[in-house]
Design a protein around this ligand. Structure first.
Ligand code: 13P
Ligand code: SF4
Length: 328
């Protein structure tokens, strides 16, 4: 088994050099995928890296919208998503103009009854209802939706993005929890879309109270994709890389980690003297875990799956991403 992993790593490194490729990994990827990557980060850092680092090929170890963003920002690079069905269900909860049911449109998506989420109300309907409010699109959206939006944001900069706009009212899509958290931190009116991340949204207040009772000295860090009643109990609300920064610089020794468990790997690696407890061990994003060392190697060997956004969508979507990158 160990030999297998060593063999896969060697082959990946060899092909990576031949193809002049860069491997990017989100903080939620499997430990061994993070370890082989050239850069590991949150959505904002990954967008920045994709836009600025020189290479011919970008192997994106994350979910579909992240690879799309890389293609939007760097059309001259070949962007590969090692598993085509690594999708973000939340990104699929908002469509531009075609009402549809997610589980019918996403054949690779593992259907759980609680996740069947019919999109009957579209982004254009929302814009018609609030013609004077610009659209702030979380990067967890499709390229098509970004193209229809005014500016993008990530969990690391949502408030800064909203504050940067001259308007008093904004539409925030697709995460209702992120929108509600932003609303708590700005005087502007935030109109929320009713989407959610199934990994974070299922965490309850009781989950937090239970872990806090077990580890009374631990600092609780939560991701803004959690519900408001969970965030109320948090000591720090921030993005995945925000948690890494906080843990690194804090004088505290114990932390409860309120996000996908993939982040535990870096937290432990970068802070061997500190202790990290997952808020719930089943905070696992199945889509993030679809990518393996085997699929990274296959992606480099077969140069697949290429993610390419059409120019018609790319140009307006890039405007929304660039606008975000300029202010953060
Ligand atoms: P960040 O890493 O930007 O905090 O995003 C979390 C996430 O859910 C990405 O899908
Ligand atoms: Fe999407 Fe949630 Fe998975 Fe992030 S953790 S990719 S928001 S489903």
């Amino acid at each position: 088994m160990k030999e297998d992993i060593e063999y896969l790593k060697e082959e990946i490194l060899k092909l990576k050099a031949e193809r002049n490729a860069l491997i990017l990994s989100h903080n939620y990827q499997r430990d061994e995928v993070q370890d082989i990557a050239d850069f590991v980060g949150d959505s904002l850092e990954l967008s920045r890296t994709a836009a600025t680092r020189r290479c011919d090929v970008l192997v994106f170890c994350g979910v579909d919208f992240m690879a799309e963003s890389a293609s939007i920002l760097s059309p001259e690079k070949t962007v590969l998503l090692p598993e085509l069905n690594a999708n973000c269900p939340m990104a699929a909860m908002v469509t531009v103009d075609r009402p549809r049911s997610i589980w019918k449109s996403f054949p690779g998506y593992e259907v759980q009854p609680s996740l069947i989420y019919p999109v009957e109300f579209t982004l254009r309907d929302m814009k018609r209802l609030h013609p004077d409010a610009p659209v702030v699109a979380y990067v967890n959206t499709t390229a098509e939706v970004k193209a229809e939006s005014d500016i993008c944001c990530t969990s690391a900069n949502v408030v800064k993005v909203i504050e940067s706009l001259p308007d008093e009212k904004v539409i925030c899509i697709p995460d209702r929890n992120l929108a509600m958290w932003a609303q708590k931190n700005t005087k502007k009116k935030v109109i929320a879309w009713d989407g959610f991340c199934h990994v974070h949204d299922r965490i309850t207040r009781d989950d937090v109270l239970k872990v806090r009772k077990k580890y009374p000295k631990a600092v609780f860090m939560a991701h803004p994709e959690c519900r408001p009643e969970v965030l109320e109990l948090a000591d720090v609300v921030t993005s995945t890389s925000g948690m890494l920064r906080f843990a690194r610089t804090s004088s505290e020794k114990e932390f409860i980690v309120g996000t996908e468990i993939g982040l535990m790997h870096r937290l432990k690696k970068e802070n061997p003297e500190k202790v990290f407890y997952p808020l719930r061990k089943d905070m696992i994003c199945p889509n993030m875990k679809k990518i393996t060392l085997k699929s990274v190697l296959r992606a480099l060997r077969e140069m697949s799956h290429i993610i390419k956004v059409s120019e018609e969508i790319r140009i307006p979507a890039k405007k929304a991403l660039d606008r975000m990158l300029e202010i953060s």
